[in-house]
Write a protein that binds this ligand. Structure first.
Ligand code: ACM
Length: 527
């Protein structure tokens, strides 16, 4: 697909009108309340093609949403996100012809849009959204939300008019894997905090949530066959707080909530290192048969599962079996990072065996790129977290066909400080200002890894220093929008000077949502 530049004449005419700041709503839709019409050039992530017309659609109090069959669920979701601020009833039904409404159709989209792409058409009379799959309608709904005035994102009723710039958008993702990771092990975050994060990610077309469920400081998912993992191993966190864990019912609820937002949850059980919480819970998992104390510090690399013991593999088979049963998605993340207390001679056969266990439970393994030094099965994916583009083990695995998800720590880690004045976060991989998080090309980053072997990008948030939802917000926004755009938008749209303006236009939306974002001096924030 090609990128058609937005008609500059129209965009500048809108800007000129916006500067005049007329408040009156006139009968002429093209001139009505121009300060509130969002230009297509403000969308994040940038769409593949977008072309504005002279028309404006106004969502009125009698508007209906038409969504039949498999489109109905997305129609209900759209109504649910538009109702609070508009105060309109927005009934959802399957009637296909009605005036002044929004129509969602699973037909006529075109095969080039794939499963997640969509085509959005806005005329003076209505909005028509077409896709091949509900996931594509959901992507289009996120675009449509951003085309309403920012006050649409408020949870309370706001004044209209609810106008949308007319035109056509055709859009589909660059990468299939567009992820974010939340470390719920170093500090535990409950179901509501994770659901809030899921809703934030969905707005930027992120489709994968990787949950780092286990680490030295805590085990956060109930495992029926090894109950002390959660009840004892989950009983604390960094700094010695009370920790916590998800029951399996809570976890299923989270996974279902994510699914309803077309987000796949990938559970990570980190191993063979980062396992102190498990080793503390069951003495028999330790080579010396002695359980270490729980750990609430932030060192890494001191723990290891006992790779030579049979019970280690019974343990892994049972834990991975329960995780697989809770996981509709294709991947179980096996960690594999920073196994500094496991020799290579132990590590390599261990990773080989764990991949077999994952496969026996019907899943594929994903692991931090450290696993590249072991023999990887076809279908196992590495997650690159290094700080430079060249890694001999990654190159060798890629030469044999391994695919990678990219999370370079100095570009994509959301726990790195923005600059020396940032209070939260770490700086071992450097400072990551917004521009740094945006200015790289995932498809061409890793030496020896072809673009076709890059499944996508992921922005991890480690939580050694992160203790609240406000902390999550501050480190995540605005950088997660940059990584999400790298995952979704064609490389041909990459342009910092344009991106920073689009990103700046998100600020009123974040304010309306109560998001505690970092107001980087690099970005011209809209007020
Ligand atoms: C990592 O940051 N240890 C994956």
């Amino acid at each position: 697909m090609t990128v058609r530049p937005y008609p500059r004449r129209l965009a500048s005419a809108l800007t000129a009108l916006a500067v005049c700041g007329g408040l009156a709503v006139t009968a002429d839709a093209a001139q009505a309340a121009p300060r509130q019409v969002v230009p297509y050039s403000h969308l994040v992530p940038a769409p593949v093609t977008a072309s504005q017309s002279g028309a404006t659609f106004t969502l009125g109090p009698a508007a209906r949403i038409s969504a039949a069959g498999a489109a109905a669920e997305v129609g209900q979701y759209l109504a649910s996100v538009l109702r609070p601020a508009t105060g309109y009833p927005l009934p959802v039904d399957s009637r296909s012809s009605h005036a002044a409404g929004i129509t969602l159709l699973l037909s006529g989209a075109g095969p080039e849009l794939g499963d997640e792409g969509y085509r959005l058409e806005v005329t003076g009379n209505g909005v028509t959204l077409r896709a091949n799959k509900p996931a594509g309608l959901f992507s289009g709904v996120q675009t449509l939300r951003q085309l309403f005035p920012a006050s649409i994102d408020s949870g309370k009723r706001q004044r209209g008019p609810w106008q949308v710039q007319g035109g056509t958008i055709s859009d589909a993702p660059r990468f299939a894997y567009r992820g974010a990771m939340l470390d719920v092990a170093r500090h535990f975050f409950g179901v509501d905090a994770v659901k809030r994060y899921i809703d934030q990610l969905a707005r930027y077309k992120v489709n994968t949530l990787h949950l780092h469920l286990t680490d030295d400081q805590g085990w956060r998912i109930a495992i029926n066959s090894w109950p002390k993992l959660a009840t004892y191993g989950g009983s604390t966190q960094v700094g010695g707080g009370k920790g916590g864990y998800y029951t399996q019912a809570q976890y299923r609820d989270l996974v279902a909530y994510a699914q309803s937002r077309f987000i796949t949850v990938i559970p990570e059980m980190d191993m063979p290192g980062h396992t102190n919480a498990a080793l503390a819970s069951y003495a028999e998992l330790n080579c010396n048969g002695v359980a270490p104390p729980l750990y609430t510090g932030t060192e890494v690399g001191f723990s290891s599962l006992c790779t030579g013991k049979d019970i280690t593999y019974k343990f892994l088979d049972e834990v991975i079996g329960e995780l697989a049963a809770l996981t509709p998605g294709p991947y179980i993340h096996i960690g594999g990072d920073e196994a500094h207390s496991t020799t290579d001679a132990d590590y390599k056969p261990f990773i080989a065996r764990v991949q077999q266990i994952v496969a026996a439970h019907g899943k594929k393994a994903l692991g931090w790129h450290d696993i590249s030094k072991a023999a990887l099965q076809p279908g196992t994916v590495g997650q690159f977290w290094g700080t430079g583009p060249t890694d001999a083990n990654v190159q060798a695995a890629a030469a044999k066909g391994t695919h990678y998800v990219l999370s370079p720590a100095n570009l994509a880690y959301l726990d790195m400080k923005y600059d020396a004045s940032t209070k939260l976060g770490q700086n071992w991989a450097g400072y990551i200002e917004v521009r740094d998080s945006y200015n790289w090309n995932p498809g061409g980053y890793l030496t020896g890894v072809n673009a076709s072997q890059v499944d996508g990008v992921e922005a991890p948030l480690w939580t050694e220093t992160i203790t609240s939802t406000a902390d999550i917000d501050y480190m995540v926004f605005p950088r997660v929008a940059a990584i999400a755009e790298l995952g979704w938008s064609p490389a041909s749209t990459h342009n910092w000077d344009q991106f920073k303006v689009r990103l700046g236009s998100q600020a009123p939306r974040w304010k309306a949502q109560g998001v505690n974002y970092y107001a980087s001096p690099q970005v011209p924030w809209a007020s």
